[in-house]
Design a protein around this ligand. Structure first.
Ligand code: SDX
Length: 428
């Protein structure tokens, strides 16, 4: 049967080229243009890859129009409401949700790997006070590989799960240690009697030799934030992880690079920028001035926490986080401070203003997660770090999926060269 194709006509040369249409299980089909350069002598051009699919994947599906997000076929609202972050991490890595026993075993596996080598503390010591924890995190994940080099043989697929568990299990410990060091506080080691998310909060807030009780609603709020951030298709940091993985670099190097990409304020750094921006605006009386600036094409100011490359409807994660914000508020966590009043006014205006509606700029995951983390009294420098802890299982699952391809093509795009030519001095 004739394959469905797209025909491209080059009207400079009147040549016609046909490219096959490939269909997925759901979502937009793709046109396979792998031979386009070989056929035409030209490259395609797609700034920011707005219309480009970089890979086949079975992990996460997003329908930006419907505001839908699924991990391995499970809707995010089901996972956020009925499962834990460890369930979700297990699902991303193993392609199925764990049974009760499998989850218990996975939790023990995580606890066993939650410690880091004592000598890693020398690395933390090297950073100045108030070093941004994202810098410490990226350096520490790369440094982890020096302690486990016997497990770095990426030609042995059975090593992948070991690397995955180590990185996922150690990320909260490194994150908490980074925070404690940057504040000059004594580090708190993992408590094997606590679950994954509770343990992170404990390492962040605890005191040596003193038991602290953490509120279940706070643990659930943070666990849900981790679940909502666990993966998100081929976003900028996941693309970075895959690009590094395509050179056959091990996952510690790939995830260290992914942390760097996530740090940018247009990406995972947005949750910290949301709070900084709300603090800068300062009062509800100044909101109109900044809405005006956000709409001014000549002003680089943008509303942090609004807009998304894929979601042209609401971000489903933002909807779930808004519910969590309201629940915390009912419990008196995250009092209705001036900052929250500013956020509520911005959201109200943005949802009714033509500029935002016509560009489909809705509050995204970072708008509400920033406010929740603020309510949980987590320092804003740690917001992107929280995003990293959540996203790590997704990054590792995407790295493994890449390695499991029959052949790996190294990521190597081309360019439209617009620079100078013929400047080399001619021999006299
Ligand atoms: C994340 O990709 C992912 O999946 C990412 C993520 C994940 O889970 O991995 O979902 C996490 O990164 C969420 C996004 C967090 N970033 C922010 O909140 C930063 C603020 N948002 C913008 O920087 C922007 O909306 C982006 C980066 C999120 C999306 O940028 P796009 O898709 O490239 O959109 P664009 O820059 O082409 O903007 C389209 C129009 C432009 O106006 P016009 O030129 O058409 O007149 O919308 C305007 C933009 O000026 N616009 C904004 C705006 N975002 C876009 N105007 C004011 N404020 C904003 N926030």
């Amino acid at each position: 049967m004739q394959k469905d194709t797209v025909t491209i006509i080059n009207n400079r040369t009147n040549e016609k080229f046909e490219y096959p249409i490939l269909d997925g299980t759901v979502g937009p089909s793709v046109v396979d243009i792998s031979t386009f350069y070989q056929d035409t002598g030209m490259f395609t051009f797609d700034r920011g890859y707005t219309s480009t699919a970089s890979c086949r994947s079975k992990i996460t599906y997003i329908d930006g129009g419907k505001g839908q997000l699924m991990y391995r076929g499970y809707d995010i609202s089901y996972l956020a409401k009925n499962r834990t972050f460890l369930d979700t991490a297990y699902l991303l890595l193993n392609k199925t949700l764990p049974s009760k026993e499998e989850l218990e075993d996975f939790s023990i596996e995580m606890k066993k790997r939650s410690f880091i080598r004592e000598s890693m503390k020398k690395l933390f010591d090297a950073f100045p006070d108030n070093a941004h924890p994202m810098a410490i995190l990226s350096a520490s994940v790369s440094a982890l590989s020096t302690f486990y080099f016997e497990h770095l043989d990426i030609d042995k697929p059975n090593e992948y799960m070991e690397m995955a568990k180590r990185i996922i299990a150690k990320m909260p410990t490194i994150a908490a240690f980074a925070h404690r060091y940057s504040q000059g506080l004594p580090i708190i080691y993992p408590d094997l009697g606590r679950g994954f998310t509770e343990n992170f909060l404990y390492m962040l807030r605890g005191y040596p030799h003193r038991h602290i009780d953490l509120k279940p609603i706070e643990i659930k709020a943070l666990d849900t934030i981790f679940t909502l951030h666990a993966d998100h298709e081929q976003n900028a940091s996941t693309t970075t992880v895959r690009n590094v993985g395509s050179t056959h670099a091990h996952p510690y190097a790939a995830i260290s690079a992914g942390i760097g990409a996530l740090w940018g304020r247009a990406h995972g750094g947005a949750n910290e920028s949301v709070i900084r921006q709300l603090e800068m605006i300062g009062s509800v009386d100044r909101v109109d001035e900044f809405i005006k600036r956000a709409k001014d094409k000549d002003d680089p100011f943008r509303l942090m926490g609004f807009g998304h490359r894929v979601y042209k409807n609401f971000d489903p994660r933002a909807k779930i986080l808004k519910e969590i914000r309201d629940k915390l508020m009912e419990e008196g966590i995250g009092v209705n401070s001036e900052l929250v009043k500013v956020a509520n006014k911005i959201e109200k205006i943005a949802l009714s203003d033509e500029y935002f509606i016509s560009r489909k700029l809705y509050p995204n995951v970072d708008f509400h997660s920033g406010l929740i983390l603020q309510a949980l009294k987590i320092p804003k420098e740690m917001f992107a770090v929280i995003f990293v802890i959540g996203r790590t299982p997704g990054w590792v699952a995407q790295w493994i999926e890449l390695q499991e391809q029959p052949t790996i093509k190294i990521a190597r795009p081309r360019q439209l060269y617009v620079g100078p030519v013929d400047r080399t001095p001619k021999d006299d």
